[in-house]
Ligand binder design. Structure first.
Ligand SMILES: [Zn+2]
Length: 379
């Protein structure tokens, strides 16, 4: 272990490579209470569309890859490099130092070594990326990438089709390639290459709220964009544990709500009304944050979450299905807690606990599950 200390991107030795050849993911080093950053980056880097985008926008960095200056202050550049390093198969772990430094420039709460909330960091991180993508000229950005990388044709899984400074050797089996094959098969990688804004295209959805007058039944609609749904978990006040399903939590989140004194334009006066919400524009990736109530007296509420086929209703007769590919657990308190990212790659689950990655079967009834990443099934 000690030989890796001090290195920012820790290469795998040849014998280690062989040993770890079945471990597609590499860890992200803890820089002192940075598990809230590592867990978010692991989950995002395992998002198919993000991996595809980063793969096509790969720009080999010369110099110290952990140093923020080599990325010209661009969080997107640093993230592209980190994501590609994670999937290259060449590293045992990488570092989020450059990313932490760049985010801290506008959000000084991340400067020190304090523990922070992973969901808050996730939203801030995605907001900065979205802004950078809106102002960035994609052609400018790609100008220094070799022409073959500019090809919008999805990679079909041969190592020869791309050149990197650190391209994996032929003998080295890289599951990244296999997954690129999968991505290529539905042509989504070419979509994301040209996507105007990767973050909004993948994560943004819209909730429709309908307020209906109890007397004349006229209604008014408002829309609210989201990048993550913050879903409250009802707490069972008992010492026995009764797990609640994620679907029930979502249903409760969208449920009918009665309001007094709503001004109805048709009736021209204040009326009782009911508000109900639906997910109107459904995102390709649905991020769900579970908002829990912590009580010293009672055990924390267990939530049952499906690994496959989460059903999300988008209209009275329409349902969408989602599969889980990543989630983040949180144990302990906010100031002293620990975050871990769990990731599914080629139907195998990996527990990514900072720099340590291990194969592990997730427990789907959990009082620690905090952020879930579901991808929509293509029907
Ligand atoms: Zn009315």
């Amino acid at each position: 272990m000690s030989k890796y200390v001090g290195r920012l991107f820790s290469p795998r030795d040849d014998h280690v490579k062989k040993f770890f050849s079945n471990y597609p993911i590499c860890g992200i080093r803890n820089l002192g209470n940075t598990c809230f950053i590592s867990s978010v980056l692991q989950s995002l880097a395992n998002t198919q569309q993000i991996r595809s985008y980063c793969y096509h926008h790969y720009n080999p960095i010369k110099g110290r890859a952990g140093d923020k200056s080599v990325y010209h202050g661009s969080l997107l550049n640093a993230f592209i490099n980190l994501t590609n390093a994670i999937w290259s198969g060449n590293y045992r772990f990488v570092t989020s130092l450059a990313i932490k430094d760049i985010v801290s420039e506008t959000h000084p709460q991340y400067k020190g070594k304090e523990q922070n909330d992973a969901h808050e960091f996730l939203l801030i991180f995605l907001e900065i990326l979205e802004k950078e993508l809106n102002t960035k000229d994609i052609n400018d950005f790609s100008s220094s990438i070799s022409p073959q990388l500019l090809s919008p044709i999805p990679c079909r899984g041969t190592i020869k089709t791309y050149s990197r400074e650190t391209s994996p050797s032929k003998e080295y089996y890289s599951p990244f390639e296999v997954e690129m094959n999968e991505i290529g098969s539905d042509d989504s990688s070419s979509d994301y290459y040209f996507s105007k804004n990767l973050i909004s295209d993948v994560f943004r959805g819209r909730i429709k709220r309908v307020t209906e007058c109890s007397i004349c039944h006229s209604s008014s609609e408002t829309f609210e964009e989201f990048i993550s749904l913050s879903v409250p978990v009802p707490q069972w006040y008992s010492n026995e544990t009764h797990p609640i399903s994620l679907e029930s939590c979502i249903e409760l989140f969208l449920h009918y709500e009665n309001v007094e004194d709503w001004y109805c334009e048709e009736c021209n006066q204040k009326r009782k009304a009911k508000i109900y919400s639906t997910i109107n524009d459904i995102p390709k990736v649905l991020i769900i944050q579970l908002v829990r109530i912590y009580s010293k007296k009672y055990p924390t509420q267990q939530v049952l979450f499906p690994l496959n086929d989460l059903v999300v209703q988008t209209s009275p007769n329409h349902f969408d299905f989602y599969d889980l590919y990543s989630f983040i657990t949180h144990t302990g308190s906010l100031s002293k807690g620990h975050y871990i990212s769990w990731n599914r790659v080629l139907d195998q689950w990996y527990c990514c606990n900072d720099e340590n990655v291990s194969q592990s079967k997730p427990n789907t009834s959990s009082d620690t599950v905090y952020i879930l990443f579901y991808k929509r099934k293509v029907s």
